[in-house]
Design a protein around this ligand. Structure first.
Ligand SMILES: O=C(O)CCC(=O)C(=O)O
Length: 283
């Protein structure tokens, strides 16, 4: 369970590192499941599919992934951790007693060039009626600045929704014109040991550098939402976990965050991802 100091720090800075969020057995199961997913991806073509976001050079002989989409629906080891009491205790301490599942992903950030993720706020990818959403990232490997750990800009969850569109209004997936609003030089790394967990607010500016080391940096991310945060751009649920109430009651009312303008992402290509979107727009 989080301490009151951790809860206060999250609300003040927009992120936390939680040590040993999964035990050694849980970690071993996650790592084994990640290895199995990589094996399974050998059958996926180079361009990827709905589950596997392939990295450059992916082939049956040399599987290389940027991401596994919806891992909770692909292997029980991921689902067990995503809905574990231990993690839900932390989530509820931060966004309240009524919580639902939003989505999961396993970002692989492979050694020898795993991709950079540009500065962004998660909220713009899935705008809701309020901001009580957060992401829990469980490290499958030790994660530090050497292998592209998550970086956050503290306090930016309080500066409002930033622009993630180019001059033509096309959604870029990364912040385009707000460098006067936040200073990337004030970003801090969230360094984790395998089994630790980062938690970041849906509005905090974050990203991560390319992995130029020889070590992998796998981060299993689960997004949770307060049950009364309702997604504004409806999409058919990708699996049975999406929208599932994990703690507390189902809601009868949506809660609005106040007088805010909520940007809608708009439609994107099939099997698009943050990796593809950010590189398309920056080319
Ligand atoms: O894996 C990372 O370093 C960042 C993850 C992230 O921000 C995302 O997938 O939206």
């Amino acid at each position: 369970m989080l301490t009151s100091k951790q809860v206060q720090s999250f609300h003040e800075h927009g992120y936390l590192a939680v040590r040993q969020a999964v035990d050694a057995d849980g970690l071993a199961r996650l790592r084994d499941a990640a290895d199995k997913m990589l094996e399974r991806s050998r059958a996926t073509p180079a361009e990827g599919d709905a589950v596997f976001d392939t990295a450059v050079g992916h082939s049956a002989e040399t599987p290389r992934l940027n991401r596994v989409n919806h891992p909770v629906a692909e292997h029980p080891a991921f689902a067990d951790v995503a809905i574990s009491e231990r993690i839900l205790d932390s989530v509820c301490a931060l966004i309240g007693p009524d919580v639902k599942f939003h989505h999961s992903k396993l970002n692989m950030k492979i050694g020898g060039g795993g991709l950079e993720i540009g500065w962004h706020q998660d909220f713009v990818f899935f705008p809701h009626t309020n901001f009580d959403l957060l992401a829990c990232g469980i490290a499958l490997d030790d994660s530090d600045t050497g292998n592209g750990c998550l970086m956050v800009v503290p306090g930016t969850h309080k500066i409002g929704v930033l622009n993630h569109r180019d001059v033509d209004g096309k959604f870029t997936g990364k912040i385009t014109d707000a460098l006067d609003v936040f200073d990337p030089d004030t970003a801090v790394p969230i360094e984790l040991k395998a089994g630790d967990m980062s938690i970041h607010h849906v509005m905090v500016v974050h990203g991560s550098a390319q992995n130029n080391s020889t070590r992998p940096r796998r981060l299993f991310i689960n997004q949770y939402a307060a049950s009364d945060a309702i997604q504004l751009d409806y999409r058919p649920p990708a699996n049975d976990f999406v929208g599932r109430v994990l703690r507390g009651k189902s809601i009868t009312h949506a809660r609005l965050a106040g007088d805010v303008s909520l940007p809608l992402r708009g439609s994107v290509e099939k099997n698009s991802s943050i990796f593809k979107r950010q590189s398309i727009v920056s080319k």
